[in-house]
Ligand binder design. Structure first.
Ligand code: AR6
Length: 171
């Protein structure tokens, strides 16, 4: 599994699945979650309504409907201030690991991730980027179907944090 970074709108990203920074209701919200629901259409909410929510750090998959992506993996990240930092870090790592596990179970090859928890949920960006870099590195050796995990960053500042964290792994 390779991992990389692009800047762009994840609702336009072509991949087998995109990963949504959801909340525990899975019924939509603001930020990237709102954008994904708007772009996918009402069928996405209808499917999400059947799922019964999702615990923080877990993940559930739906169709992508009107999105270019075939599937959406929904994962509620931690609200940073609701946990001790180590627990927030563990939960954020779980978001990425559980999303990748679902992608593996479905035999998916390409997965685009939103920057989970670093917007409204206020997880410090550089800490989140380091956790993601280490999680991707650790998962890469066990990945069978997933060939590429891409961080789809909405702005330059976010992309830069992931760039630096991925580069730090190589040193
Ligand atoms: N494409 C890619 N990234 C985006 C897009 C987009 N179209 N729009 C925003 N981002 P956030 P969270 C980036 O706040 O912190 C929702 O209400 C954004 O710049 O969307 O996990 C949910 O329902 C930031 O870098 O997610 C939850 O209640 C990143 O996506 C809550 O927000 C994540 O920011 C989740 O908060």
């Amino acid at each position: 599994m390779k991992f990389d970074i692009v800047i762009g709108d994840i609702t336009k990203f072509k991949a087998d699945a995109i990963v949504n920074a959801a909340n525990r209701t899975l019924l939509g919200g603001g930020g990237v979650d709102g954008a994904i629901h708007r772009a996918a259409g009402p069928e996405l909410l209808a499917e999400c309504e059947t799922l019964g929510g999702c615990a923080t750090g877990e993940a559930k998959i739906t169709g992508g409907y009107r999105l270019p992506a075939s599937f959406v993996i929904h994962t509620p990240g931690p609200v940073y201030r609701s946990y001790k930092p180590e627990e927030a870090a563990r939960l954020l790592r779980n978001c990425y690991v559980n999303s990748l596990k679902i992608a593996e179970e479905r035999g998916l090859k390409t997965v685009g991730f939103a920057s989970i928890s670093t917007g409204i949920y206020a997880f410090p960006l550089n800490d989140a980027a380091r956790i993601v870099a280490e999680t991707f590195r650790d998962f890469a050796s066990q990945a069978a179907s997933v060939e590429r995990a891409t961080m789809v960053c909405f702005d330059e500042k976010t992309a830069d944090a992931y760039r630096r964290a991925f580069a730090a792994l190589e040193n």
